[in-house]
Write a protein that binds this ligand. Structure first.
Ligand SMILES: Nc1nc2c(ncn2[C@@H]2O[C@H](COP(=O)(O)OP(=O)(O)O[C@H]3O[C@H](CO)[C@@H](O)[C@H](O)[C@@H]3O)[C@@H](O)[C@H]2O)c(=O)[nH]1
Ligand SMILES: [Mg+2]
Length: 197
């Protein structure tokens, strides 16, 4: 909140049923110096963390598959999305959050992950900041079946596949979740996992 071009910010809560939809009315000084009243809706669903789980020896990654209603109502035929493991911070630090989500969603117990990117996912309408991690998993780290937390209505399929297949799915459009594309491309650019072709 250190922008001299913005003043008189007023917030109206339009909905706080699950997450919070705010409507902000404020004055904004344009580049020509004049002030203008602007109204912007801003959806606050909290910050989150996501991780690409990868195994260099096997050349594989672990992804998740679940139903995503907002995509179903926007041309994703069956509403299913293949994504990296992710979750909302819910008061935890990004690292604490992602280690918990890895266990809940995939059943792997990791102790080390590396933060590689921080992104605003949809800056015109959603407040969410997403912390992106990579983490190396081994078969021996699989201690639970995964699938999502019992107290949440999560129904998650865990997919382990060659990195190469994930890249092909990204190119074909079978993977089209932004955080997943970013992390797969991060892995590709930084040659985290060897690919044969
Ligand atoms: N009852 C109810 N449950 C909801 C609602 N919206 C979300 N949930 C549930 O709240 C839980 C949130 O699970 P997380 O693992 O913490 O988050 P996520 O849904 O995987 O991912 C969210 O965060 C990611 C990372 O920040 C985002 O990438 C993703 O789009 C989403 O916002 C899920 O069980 C989801 O079904 C709702 O309106 N009502
Ligand atoms: Mg999740």
């Amino acid at each position: 909140m250190e922008n001299g071009r913005i003043k008189n910010i007023k917030r109206q809560i339009l909905s706080d049923n699950w997450y919070t939809l705010n409507k902000y009315t404020f004055e904004y000084q344009k580049f020509d110096g004049s002030w203008e009243v602007q109204k912007r809706e801003s959806y606050d669903c909290g910050d989150g963390a996501a991780v690409l789980l990868y195994n260099t020896r096997k050349g594989t990654v672990v992804l998740t598959r679940q139903f995503r209603m907002p995509t179903y109502v926007n041309e994703n035929t069956d509403g299913m999305m293949v994504e990296v493991c992710a979750g909302l911070l819910d008061g935890l630090t990004p690292k604490e959050c992602i280690l918990k989500e890895i266990l809940e969603e995939t059943g792997y117990q990791l102790t080390e992950v590396k933060q590689v990117l921080v992104t605003y996912m949809c800056p015109g309408s959603v407040t969410q900041k997403l912390y992106l991690f990579i983490g190396e998993y081994q078969d021996a780290m699989k201690v639970e079946s995964g699938g999502g937390a019992d107290d949440e209505t999560e129904n998650i399929e865990v997919l382990e596949m060659p990195f190469e297949n994930a890249l092909q799915m990204m190119v074909s459009g079978a993977i089209r979740d932004a955080k997943t594309v970013m992390l797969l491309q991060y892995a590709q650019i930084n040659k985290l996992i060897e690919v044969n072709s």
